[in-house]
Design a protein around this ligand. Structure first.
Ligand code: SAH
Length: 211
């Protein structure tokens, strides 16, 4: 892409301006080529601050929301394993792969799962397992995760995902509440779940079953 470097430095300036402070995350976003996750016809808009269509009626989240979710899932000394629900185009997955030791990501739409697999393979990232399945079930082959992130909004916190979270683990998720959505950060402690309200958001709904 013409002037790619210029696009990317404006992209990072804009994220800083919107309040993203974690330098590691800004550095990852600055080096990851966002255009390869986007359909060719929309690639000139890859470094805009918009959510964009990725086919199958789904969207890649805006760069700010991806950066924000990465920032709130970050805990310097607890970056072992992460489970992502909603691979979509794989952009957030690639960022998680730079932050965590291992990533499992589940997508319910086969066409998106297959495309994300190709895109992520082209980046040669070795610590990612991609699954075509329903995220409500979690990933039982690996029982416990240090972190779980949902990029589609359920109506309630899926029980199986809570079960698969380590004690002291955290879950970042959008939840439907009274006709709108809020982003929450849950922390699992031995005394129960602590819930923190982060922001108003709009994600696609988390649906049942795989297609
Ligand atoms: N992080 C993604 C966001 C994609 S939108 C990206 O950057 O592209 C959310 C994704 O969640 C969609 O691809 C949708 O198909 C998927 N999804 C919705 N319900 C799901 C479920 N039950 N299990 C797995 N994926 C689901």
């Amino acid at each position: 892409m013409k002037n790619n470097k210029n696009f990317r430095s404006k992209f990072i300036d804009s994220l800083r301006h919107q309040g993203i402070k974690n330098e590691l995350i800004l550095e990852i976003l600055a080096t990851l080529p966002r255009e390869i996750f986007i359909e060719p016809a929309l690639r000139t808009r890859a470094y805009d601050q918009d959510a964009l269509p990725i086919g199958c009626n789904q969207t890649i989240s805006s760069p700010y929301i991806v950066a924000k979710m990465s920032e709130i899932i970050y805990e310097r000394d607890n970056m072992g394993s992460v489970l992502e629900i909603g691979t979509g185009c794989g952009y957030q997955t690639a960022i998680l792969s730079s932050l965590f030791d291992s990533v499992v990501s589940i997508e319910r739409i086969e066409a998106l799962h297959v495309r994300a697999k190709k895109t992520l393979a082209s980046l040669n990232l070795k610590n990612i397992t991609l699954i075509h399945g329903d995220g409500h079930e979690g990933y039982s082959e690996q029982n416990y995760f240090d972190a779980i992130i949902l990029t589609a909004a359920p109506v309630k916190v899926p029980d199986k995902l809570l079960d698969q979270l380590n004690e002291n683990g955290r879950m970042i998720l959008p939840l439907h509440v009274d006709g709108s959505q809020k982003l929450y950060r849950l922390k699992k402690t031995k005394n129960g779940i602590h819930k923190k309200d982060i922001d108003d958001v709009r994600f696609v709904p988390m649906l049942e079953g795989k297609v």
